[in-house]
Design a protein around this ligand. Structure first.
Ligand SMILES: Cc1cc2nc3c(=O)[nH]c(=O)nc-3n(C[C@H](O)[C@H](O)[C@H](O)COP(=O)(O)OP(=O)(O)OC[C@H]3O[C@@H](n4cnc5c(N)ncnc54)[C@H](O)[C@@H]3O)c2cc1C
Length: 552
């Protein structure tokens, strides 16, 4: 039985180059992009009996949930941990159970999921609301700080509760949204329209406490003065009950969900770049692939991001008629990143690697905005303002079955796309010596930080590779190598056009840009798009069916 499931999973994702005929079957819906938003909406429609074709331009499926392999190692790109999925019957756990036919398994991390580090000062985040509060209060024993920590946790819970109504409104049809939308958004917007810094300063005047509480800001890519408190709170609350990792690696996500899509007569095709969304009389009718093939369907859904969809996949006259140009000027692409992927010929246990992520900041520098500004101004000299270190092979209990005797580490820092523009017309792996020199320099700086905190690793590194925003542009098609789609600033949450329905009939958006970044956020996008298309609240359908044990 197990072998059968395994075999069907392996065959559910196909290359368009090898199986072009699969694109030309009749489908009810076409999804552009196989990120978790695209796969999520496709699986939900498949569960309702629809045949869905997912078209992915990369040679592998999954968007930022994809994995890649080099020289006997495997790394995941856009998942280091997820919250909520390991806890029985949380909404996110139910959603994943539903869209994967219960085939995804999650391995919980340890009690401490994140360590916020400033030089030698370490602030561990312990899982569980009360645990989180009491352990942090032990490190901030002043009465005012202790009270601020309690107030802070209360607030992140409050806005997350208010988020439910805010996001539900996005899936409502136009007339209903017009009538009740303002009311449904208003409570959430009270805090979402303020910056993280402003809200935290209303709770505490202690800059060190603010620096620690915002120590996960890399999870949404904007410093406290720039980010909306909504994204900060949703991320912090998402992880407060701990983190987990997919058993068998992140590629299991696309594999399992593609099987559900295929079961209903749909397909997930890689190497299938969409060049244009076909629109006739204000209505989307199909897509044209990069090789010229035209595929038709009644529903077209784009998971490729709002900027790609509106500025690259629609002809200029369509953009103008539908007034999309005005919409895109109101959103900004998020920051890029450097990703350093490391391989060791020792196990995580031999290397004494823990499961908790490290968020490393310069010593005594609690003001993330100031650290960041200094780095942008003088990148060669200023300290790196954020170094995130994750130990995926230690988190995945199946790792040693697949890659015996080895371990991997990921290191991430932020890097604006503008620094790489000079190489934007070069080709992957052939960008020239100056690019390689830049990468070598940044690799060494990041390795020095790693060795400062994990000195036992010195001399043991077997393989390393650094990605830049140009890598993200090349593989994920984000024009500015964006880390998290469009920026999560306070204005974003006030833009009511960030929703599944577009001004073009039968064309829908999905994924992180219509909800929020993160696997949970992007899947929320998928759920909203499915709700808008099916004209039913999909969370209720899932709750009912999972409750009845009907995931499969
Ligand atoms: C380095 C990094 C680390 C992260 N870490 C975490 C984490 O630990 N936990 C967490 O919850 N989240 C994390 N995230 C965020 C999370 O991965 C994303 O928010 C989420 O995966 C986005 O999903 P999506 O469906 O919106 O889009 P994407 O995953 O971006 O998928 C969009 C897909 O569309 C495809 N596409 C684009 N244009 C076309 C076209 N013309 N034709 C066909 N296909 C096209 C792209 O190739 C891509 O596969 C991380 C992200 C990054 C980059």
């Amino acid at each position: 039985m197990c072998n059968l499931i395994q075999k069907s999973m392996q065959t559910a994702i196909h290359s368009y180059k090898q199986h072009p005929q699969l694109a030309h079957k009749t489908y009810d819906a076409i999804v552009i992009g196989s990120g978790i938003g695209g796969l999520g909406v496709a699986a939900i429609l498949a569960k309702e009996g629809k045949r869905v074709l997912v078209l992915e331009r990369h040679y592998t499926a999954g968007g930022f949930t994809h994995s890649f392999k080099r020289r006997g190692y495997e790394w995941d790109v856009g998942i280091h941990y997820l919250g909520e999925v390991h806890r029985p019957h949380t909404e996110l756990a139910n959603w994943f159970a539903y869209i994967s036919d219960n085939q995804l398994q999650w391995a919980e991390m340890d009690e401490v999921y994140d360590k916020i580090i400033f030089g030698n000062e370490v602030f561990p985040f312990h899982k569980g609301r009360n645990n989180f509060i009491t352990h942090l209060q032990a490190l901030f024993p002043q009465p005012a700080d202790k009270q601020a920590i309690e107030d802070y946790v209360e607030l992140i819970y409050k806005i997350t509760r208010d988020a439910r109504l805010y996001f539900t409104e996005k899936a409502l049809p136009g007339a209903l949204s017009w009538a009740v939308g303002g009311f449904m958004r208003s409570k959430f917007m009270q805090l979402a329209s303020q910056s993280t810094l402003k809200v935290l300063q209303s709770i505490t005047q202690n800059p060190k406490l603010i620096g620690v509480l915002t120590g996960q800001f890399g999870d949404y890519g904007l410093t406290p003065s720039q980010s909306s408190f909504a994204i900060h709170a949703m991320v912090a609350k998402h992880f407060i009950n701990g983190g987990s990792f997919p058993v068998g690696g992140c590629s299991k996500i696309a594999e399992t969900i593609a099987t559900v899509i295929a079961k209903a007569g749909g397909a997930v095709l890689t190497n299938a770049e969409v060049a244009q969304i076909m629109v006739s009389n204000g209505k989307a009718t199909g897509v044209q692939l990069a090789d010229g093939a035209v595929l038709q369907a009644n529903i077209i859904i784009s998971d490729a991001g709002i900027l790609n969809t509106y500025t690259k996949l629609l002809l200029p006259d369509v953009q103008q008629t539908a007034k999309l140009n005005k919409q895109v000027t109101q959103v900004q692409p998020s920051m890029g990143h450097l990703g350093l992927y490391l391989g060791f010929k020792h196990t995580a246990q031999e290397l004494n690697l823990g499961k908790a992520n490290l968020w490393i900041y310069p010593e005594n520098a609690y003001d993330h905005d100031a650290n960041f500004a200094r780095f942008l101004q003088n990148p060669d000299v200023a300290p790196i303002p954020l170094t995130f270190i994750s130990f995926p092979s230690a988190k995945d209990p199946d790792w040693l079955n697949r890659y015996p005797g080895t371990a991997t580490i990921d290191i991430i820092t932020v890097a604006p796309y503008q620094w790489f523009e000079q190489w934007q017309n070069t080709r992957w792996k052939k960008r020239g010596q100056d690019y390689e020199t830049y990468k070598e320099n940044m690799t060494n700086r990041l390795l020095n930080i790693l060795y400062q905190y994990e000195p036992q690793l010195k001399g043991k590194l077997d393989y390393h590779e650094l990605s830049t925003p140009l890598t993200t542009q090349h593989f994920a098609n984000y024009a500015h190598g964006e880390l998290y789609g469009i920026d999560h600033n306070p204005q974003r949450f006030g833009l009511s056009f960030l929703r599944p329905q577009t001004p073009i009939k039968n064309l829908y958006l999905t994924g992180q840009d219509i909800a929020s970044a993160g696997i949970g956020g992007a899947l929320t996008g998928g759920i909203l798009t499915a709700s808008a298309i099916l004209k039913q609240p999909v969370p209720n359908i899932i709750r009912k069916r999972v409750g009845e044990g009907r995931t499969a």
